[in-house]
Design a protein around this ligand. Structure first.
Ligand SMILES: Cc1ncc(COP(=O)(O)O)c(C=O)c1O
Length: 431
């Protein structure tokens, strides 16, 4: 597919021919429980195109060796490919230099790294600001840090339509001279809300705080320019952007990274080790202890190539259109309550929204809903989606989440809606 996609610009208002994209993802052609698979769980993990899967075999069959330490051809090739992954992802997000990219195990580890390394400078009474819509990965590391240091954890509350309550934040002086870190999700994995990161980063910087962004749901779906975003540290995860599991990314401003202490200790992150103490390599290697995710780094490079060939602006447009289509279709399902923004523009596009749509269906338990949908070939997620405080704020224990991506079709959304109506009838709740 690749380059031709750009040329396939007009498809009834859609930015590209989604069937051509789907042909790159063999798994999407399979059935589930006797129905065509409707994979609506991409906020959980995305599917992988053939080129990304091929990168694994190519690496192991032709170039496999450890990086940095092997003094032979394969070692040089492997190191070159690993570092190419770094520079490729650096370009993908508009970083100033590849050394600003740290590879971790996943977004969770990247956020733990932030909490650990920033936490070394924190003391009792300092404040850390997060929000009620965070994934547990951007709550728990800060709670642990607050326990360790005596720092105070504060948070943005939510408005009834699932946005950050910015007015209450101003009223309560949430960001103030005691604030040392503000850490927010850019796009909610439950609500789809897109947060005003640049504006909040300005407020954080005005009081001398560091701005951390969890971009796990943003980088896969929209063009990302970390230079323009205004944050200091940005974490995301390979497996949600058609790339590998086992690889997270932390971008940081180089001058900040150069000041931060390491997170994990081990081989390849040091300068000199003596029995009496060690000194550490400059970033990024200071933060990459041990054998890194080598093949995964080559996969993330292939994933960035793939996404850029289609174009992140086109992918974002597809996402807005398919999400608008889904919000409009779901509005017709009786007793279905969407958690989060539901605005759809006159042209059918969701307004400033990510592709995750979480909802409740009358009194039917989200686990039952998810199982019923699965029996009709529709893959969604049921539960709290690692965001319990968010669900509590909405007065529910859990929800069902349907999430789209660059390969999602209107037919899959129709299959979801039909399966929801069927589920309602099964439980006697239809109208
Ligand atoms: C917003 C958000 N943050 C963090 C994570 C954690 O990602 P990982 O499991 O790859 O560490 C996720 C994954 O669901 C997410 O959606």
């Amino acid at each position: 597919m690749a380059a031709e996609v750009q040329a396939l610009s007009t498809n009834g208002g859609w930015p590209y021919d989604v069937e051509r994209v789907r042909a790159d993802f063999p798994i999407l052609a399979r059935e589930a429980n006797g129905y065509p698979l409707a994979y609506l769980d991409s906020a959980n993990t995305s599917q992988k195109p053939q080129v990304v899967v091929d990168a694994v075999a190519d690496h192991y069959l032709q170039h496999n060796a450890n990086v940095a330490r092997a003094m032979h051809v394969l070692g040089a090739e492997s190191t070159e490919r690993y570092e190419h992954g770094r520079s490729r992802i650096s370009r993908f997000i508009g970083a100033a230099r590849p050394e600003e990219i740290i590879f971790t195990k996943n977004a969770s580890e990247a956020l733990n790294l932030c909490a650990h390394s920033l936490g070394v400078g924190l003391s009792e009474g300092d404040e850390i600001v997060i929000s009620e819509m965070e994934h547990h990965s951007n709550i728990v590391p800060w709670q642990l840090l607050a326990e360790r240091t005596g720092a105070v954890l504060r948070w943005f509350g939510l408005t009834p339509d699932g946005k950050l309550d910015l007015e209450a934040a101003v009223r309560d002086r949430l960001i103030n001279e005691r604030t040392k870190v503000v850490s927010l999700t850019w796009v909610s994995n439950v609500l789809g809300t897109v947060n005003p990161i640049t504006k909040i980063a300005e407020q954080a910087h005005a009081v001398g705080a560091v701005m951390v962004v969890d971009a796990s749901q943003a980088v896969p779906q929209m063009p990302t320019d970390v230079a323009a975003l205004g944050a200091d540290l940005v974490a995301f995860t390979g497996h949600k952007m058609v790339g590998p599991t086992g690889l997270g990314v932390l971008w940081g401003r180089y001058d900040l990274l150069a000041e931060l202490p390491p997170f994990l200790g081990g081989g390849e992150m040091i300068e000199i080790v003596k029995m009496t103490g060690s000194t550490f390599a400059p970033p990024p290697h200071r933060f990459e202890a041990g054998t890194p995710p080598i093949v995964e780094a080559t996969m993330i490079g292939a994933a960035a190539d793939y996404l850029d060939q289609i174009g992140m602006a086109a992918i974002h447009d597809h996402e807005q259109l398919i999400t608008g289509y889904a919000l409009t279709a779901l509005a017709e399902v009786p007793d279905l309550r969407v958690l989060g923004p539901t605005e759809v523009a006159a042209d059918g596009r969701a307004i400033n929204r990510g592709g995750a749509i979480s909802f409740t269906l009358g009194e039917i338990h989200p686990h039952d809903v998810s199982q019923m949908l699965d029996s009709r070939g529709v893959a969604v997620r049921g539960g709290h989606h690692c965001a319990r405080p968010l669900h509590e704020a909405f007065g529910v224990q859990s929800s069902t989440r349907a999430s789209s991506y660059l390969y999602t079709t209107t037919a899959e959304i129709d299959q979801l809606v039909e399966a929801l109506l069927w589920t309602q009838n099964f439980f006697g709740g239809g109208r």
